[in-house]
Write a protein of this length. Structure first.
Length: 265
């Protein structure tokens, strides 16, 4: 018997997501791996980098449950969080276009500046590993950041896969970001674990890149970093302190693409 699952699709700077309102009825469970995989498939399903569930949670406006396109529940997704906040605002239950929600890495706040632009507060970052030509840090998801001279001519899939499946990272996986400094801001290209390919942008990835750049440049105080990705432009704002970063905000587009019904076989 076929079962219908209503959904909306959103994109945030080219990072695209299937979103399901799971509050009144449980359409998808946390362990429906094969179903989520099929829905995210770009040939046999809807097509997306990931899928999100909007769920009830005591003390919060909602809970964000995020899955990569491989169907597995994953760590925080910055662009996903912004898109989910925009989706929640479209349902009409938020106060003053603000929300306070819970995700796998803890509480978050979001401000819907306008229907297509959302600012999301991420967690503080206290520890950054500075290695030989790279940085490692966690901005809700683990990231590897390398600064390069000519990002646009880099084979992101090959170079990213080499890092992600290296002996150090193969067990847990890591997202790999290649960053070029330009006159207009940081150009960031990202290979995402779970998707196992380059995506048009990655919210926690551009955030990690901005913080690594700030550490590299020894910045202090209030900082705003313009970001360029293949999927669009974003901005990362934060307070750079002697030890780590606080008040970290990821700002960018969050756009509804279409809505529909997925028929589960």
């Amino acid at each position: 018997m076929k079962r219908s699952i209503p959904f909306k699709k959103y994109q945030g700077a080219g990072n695209d997501f299937v979103i399901v309102d799971n509050r009144a009825e449980t359409f998808i469970g946390r362990f429906d791996t094969e179903l989520i995989q099929r829905m995210c498939d770009r040939r046999f399903g809807i097509g997306a980098d990931g899928l999100m569930l909007l769920q009830n949670h005591p003390g919060y406006d909602f809970e964000m449950v995020y899955f990569n396109s491989d169907g597995r529940e994953s760590t925080m997704c910055g662009n996903g969080g912004r898109c989910l906040a925009a989706f929640a605002a479209s349902l009409g239950f938020l106060n003053e276009n603000r929300c306070h929600f819970i995700a796998i890495d803890g509480p978050h706040d979001a401000v819907i500046v306008r229907p297509d632009w959302v600012e999301l507060r991420l967690g503080d970052v206290r520890e950054i590993e500075k290695g030989a030509g790279f940085f490692c840090l966690n901005t809700g998801s683990p990231h590897y950041v390398r600064f390069v001279e000519d990002a646009r001519h880099l084979d992101v899939n090959a170079e990213g896969r080499a890092v992600r499946y290296s002996e150090r990272f193969v067990a847990e996986g890591i997202n790999v970001n290649f960053v070029e400094e330009t006159a207009e801001g940081l150009l960031v290209l990202t290979y995402e674990r779970g998707v196992e390919a380059e995506t048009l942008s990655c919210g926690t990835g551009v955030t990690a890149s901005a913080l690594a750049y700030s550490l590299k440049m020894q910045q202090k105080g209030a900082v705003s970093v313009p970001i360029i990705t293949k999927g669009g432009r974003l901005e990362v704002k934060f307070q750079a302190q002697d030890e780590g970063f606080s008040d970290v905000w990821l700002c960018g587009p969050a756009v509804e693409v279409f809505e529909g019904v997925y028929w589960q076989q």
